[in-house]
Structures are given as structure tokens and as C-alpha cells.
Design a protein around this ligand. Structure first.
Ligand code: 13P
Length: 211
């Protein structure tokens, strides 16, 4: 995909997330890898009305090269790219309602507070979605904590803040963010109701089959 195509796709997918309520106001940020750097949503921008020409252009070292000033969460995105290497082609951070609600639960454990109820959650978000302790938005101190969690997971929940997910491509990362939000919604709908979660063997089978 050329850079103009990636710019257009990023704005199209961001607008779709916004239109469906996965993001409100100026919440959320998205980045995608280019051969020699990254595209990133500008800080304080609304995902519903991004301008492809004004996206932030970062170098391979994450320095701002052109476009509007990048998201204050550049550390969060960098943690994923550096922890997961070339397999990470894009990162999506949202404050989507149900995933954020789970990240606020007093009894949410650090391991994987969203239960593996459905195949597509596991296929898109992976075996575990750990909870990373709370940091102020934009706090560079979050980077090592996210990097550590991201070494073993394609997605994390930030306590009292929201999800961060990565994918091999921009579309993959967006699909993972959507599946994570739906899984969180199901988990809250079923809170207190006896449920069947997928078994470890079923999860292994999914990951072996769909990678
Ligand atoms: P930015 O507007 O700087 O991207 O921050 C939005 C956000 O979601 C903070 O977590």
C-alpha cells in the first residue's frame, strides 16, 4: 500500500470507528507503519473528521517530521512497535465504553480481565489481554509497563483508561479493537450469569488454525 493509500485508509477506518461510537470527542489515536516511519493521528483530533494531508508523519525513530503535532500517546504506540517488532504494523487506542468499563472494575485482575467467551475475540486479540496499571494520559512513564505487557500480548487494557491493540496491518488492528470492545460488552452483559468460557484446548486450536 502506498503512503497516500494508507493515509486515506486510516482516515476512513477512524471515521467508521467514530460513527459507530467506538470513540467520542477527541478520544483515541491510531498509528500505522510505513517503510521508513509511521503515520499517526494528531493530538486533540476527532477520529470522525481526520484530514489525510494533516496526519502526523514520524520517522523510524518516532521523531515528528511533518503534519500536525502527533498524539500525546506516541509512547504508548512506540512501546507496541518496539516490543512486537515488524509483526506490528499498526496500533489502535480507544476509550471504547465496555472495554474501559472493565478496566475500571475494582476486581479486574492483571492477567486477563476479559474472559475468552467467543472465538473472534481470541483470534483477533490473542490468548490474553493483560491489565496495565493506571498512568496519566500521555505520561511517558507508561512506556516500559506497556512494552513489558505487549511482549506477551497483542492487546492490553490500561486501568481506568481504555484498550490498546496492535495488528499486522491497519485493518487487523481496527478489527481487533472492535472485537475486544464486543468481548467486553458480552462479558458485562453476562456478569453474574453462569457462562461457558472457551477451554484452553479450544483456544489452542483457534490460535493454531488462525494464527
Ligand atoms: P491525543 O488527542 O493526544 O491523541 O490523546 C487522546 C487520547 O485518547 C488520550 O488517551
Amino acid at each position: 500500500m502506498t503512503e497516500p493509500e494508507l493515509r486515506a485508509l486510516l482516515c476512513e477506518l477512524a471515521a467508521s470507528l467514530f460513527a459507530r461510537g467506538f470513540s467520542v470527542g477527541s478520544a483515541g489515536n491510531i498509528s500505522a507503519r510505513l517503510p521508513d516511519g509511521f503515520l499517526m493521528t494528531p493530538t486533540n483530533s476527532c477520529l470522525g473528521r481526520l484530514d489525510p494531508a494533516r496526519l502526523s508523519r514520524l520517522g523510524a525513530d518516532f521523531a515528528h517530521l511533518s503534519g500536525d503535532r502527533p498524539s500525546k500517546e506516541v509512547f504508548m504506540h512506540r512501546a507496541f512497535y518496539q516490543a512486537r517488532g515488524p509483526a506490528c504494523g499498526a496500533v489502535v487506542h480507544l476509550h471504547s465504553t465496555h472495554a474501559t468499563a472493565i478496566a475500571c472494575l475494582a476486581d479486574a485482575g492483571p492477567q486477563s480481565p476479559i474472559p475468552p467467551l467467543t472465538p473472534y475475540f481470541v483470534m483477533r486479540a490473542g490468548r490474553t489481554v493483560p491489565l496495565v496499571p493506571y498512568y496519566r494520559p500521555g505520561d511517558a512513564a507508561m512506556e516500559p509497563a506497556i512494552a513489558e505487557a505487549a511482549r506477551g500480548a497483542k492487546a492490553v487494557l490500561l486501568a481506568n483508561h481504555g484498550p490498546v491493540v496492535c495488528g499486522a496491518s491497519l485493518a487487523d488492528a481496527v478489527y481487533a479493537a472492535e472485537e475486544l470492545e464486543e468481548a467486553a460488552r458480552l462479558a458485562l452483559l453476562l456478569r453474574g450469569v453462569p457462562t461457558r468460557t472457551l477451554t484452553p484446548a479450544q483456544i489452542d486450536d483457534l490460535l493454531q488454525t488462525f494464527g
